[in-house]
Design a protein around this ligand. Structure first.
Ligand SMILES: NC(=O)C1=CN([C@@H]2O[C@H](COP(=O)(O)OP(=O)(O)OC[C@H]3O[C@@H](n4cnc5c(N)ncnc54)[C@H](O)[C@@H]3O)[C@@H](O)[C@H]2O)C=CC1
Ligand SMILES: O=C(CO)COP(=O)(O)O
Length: 408
């Protein structure tokens, strides 16, 4: 900026900034047309319970946490909450894993043997579910979706103290029922006990990066404002930034659907179709995610947030994503059964893609199959490919030939 006009502009800007810095900041909402907020469908049906995590207990680190599931994300959650000073019990399935965690402070399967990552002293492990849940004030659920209902019914609920909040981190749809995990939890509301206070954590958060204490941001969704505030405070640290949301449906639907889009992105890369095709699939997949989630009552802003496009971008383009890797191997021509047999960890998108076919059919009852295919081409194509009925490349060719109207 050298001209006199530019200098005048700069002077004005500086004067304005100097003026503003002397004024107390007050937020005034701009008058505008009144918007009617539509509550998420199931929010209106849900019972909101009082939060049992008192601000004092949170601030004084007195909340006793039990993390169910000693896989990669359960370990990352135990590490995060233990590092934040809360006493954590990690419920694992194998005695040898519990012993290694207690003796060496590392999970033998997920912590590099030669690395220096160690659980803080606040974390201890057990295989005994009764012991793990006995004095628990907060239960963090990190077990894959397909095993969740059986775990809740057979292990968690018999030992659950009424009122103890459950924070779910699993992302997917139950194959047998077509239910998202928030719906599974709603369906389990024990009538003889007080309702389950539930919350959901989602967002772009690879477990491995959390263990290496790399900066991560996520969103915690709950219908109870006190619960989400307490959880956000417990989880937040200098490397873990937590946003809050009341849109449980949006956070849960996007967290599940992004795994299917990641399988599509992986297939595209495995086929060597190039970044143009992959970016197009991911973008259109996000439109389908938005359409489906809105149908279920989600808010658009959630789908544009961390659990929506944020996690979708990371999972679709991050090399360590298991869903993307699954799709990549499929695109390279490996048989599905072989990939399933040799995948050590959970790729939730596989079951979720198949369950979505049923769920989409239920949500759009008047639609003919062809119309559904035009409405959800990416999501339904992944299911078709996984069912083995169609070659991935053929599906993409079909999609390219479909009429494309306005972008929405
Ligand atoms: N790994 C990651 O970066 C992230 C994973 N998630 C979600 O967290 C959930 C769990 O994923 P991961 O920990 O990555 O999977 P994982 O495959 O690493 O581990 C799953 C763990 O669950 C345990 N498990 C399975 N069935 C069980 C049962 N019936 N009872 C007790 N334990 C059981 C297994 O023993 C295993 O330790 C998934 O829904 C995933 O989408 C969410 C965010 C990030
Ligand atoms: O959900 C995840 C990170 O947010 C993990 O994705 P993957 O299960 O594809 O590895």
């Amino acid at each position: 900026m050298t001209g006199g006009g530019d200098r005048a502009v700069m002077d004005t800007v500086q004067q304005r900034l100097a003026f503003l810095s002397t004024q107390p900041f007050t937020w005034r909402s701009r008058p505008g047309p009144r918007r009617r907020r539509r509550p998420p469908l199931s929010a209106s049906r849900a019972t909101v319970t009082a939060c049992v995590l008192s601000p004092d207990a949170v601030a004084e680190r007195r909340v006793r946490v039990t993390v169910c599931g000693g896989g990669s994300f359960g370990s990352a959650m135990a590490f995060l909450l233990g590092s934040n000073g809360y006493p954590v019990t990690l419920l694992v399935r194998r005695e040898a894993v519990a012993e290694c965690i207690n003796a060496e402070r590392r999970n033998p399967r997920y912590f590099p043997a030669d690395g220096d990552i160690r659980f803080p002293e606040a974390v201890r492990a057990t295989t005994d579910v009764a012991e793990a849940l006995r004095d628990c004030d907060l239960c963090v659920h990190a077990i894959p979706v397909q095993s969740s209902r059986a775990f809740f019914e057979q292990q968690l609920l018999p030992h659950w103290r009424p009122g103890t909040p459950i924070l779910s981190t699993a992302k997917g749809i139950e194959a047998g029922t077509g239910q998202f995990l928030y719906e599974v939890l709603e369906s389990l509301q024990p009538s003889h006990l007080s309702p389950l206070p539930t919350a959901f954590l989602s967002g772009p958060s690879f477990a491995d990066e959390m263990l290496r204490q790399l900066p991560t941001a996520a969103v915690v969704a709950a219908r109870d404002a006190t619960l989400r505030r307490a959880l956000a405070e417990m989880l937040s640290s200098s490397v873990f930034k937590v946003f809050r949301s009341s849109d449980v449906v949006g956070v849960e639907v996007s967290g599940a659907v992004k795994n299917v889009i990641a399988v599509a992105a992986g297939i595209s890369e495995g086929l060597g179709l190039g970044m143009n095709a992959t970016a197009a699939l991911v973008t259109r997949g996000c439109s389908e995610m938005r359409r489906l989630a809105r149908r279920l009552g989600a808010r658009s802003v959630t789908l544009a947030g961390l659990s929506g496009v944020g996690d979708t971008f990371m999972t679709c383009f991050g090399a360590q994503s298991r869903n993307r890797t699954f799709g990549f191997r499929l695109g390279r021509g490996e048989p599905l059964t072989h990939i399933l047999e040799t995948s050590a960890q959970t790729a939730e998108g596989v079951h979720t893609a198949r369950a979505l076919v049923r769920r989409i059919g239920e949500l759009y009852p008047g639609y003919q199959p062809r119309r559904l295919e035009m409405t959800f081409p990416v999501l339904l194509s992944v299911a078709d490919v996984l069912e083995g009925g169609v070659e991935p490349r053929q599906r993409l060719t079909d999609w390219m030939r479909m009429p494309s109207g306005s972008e929405n």
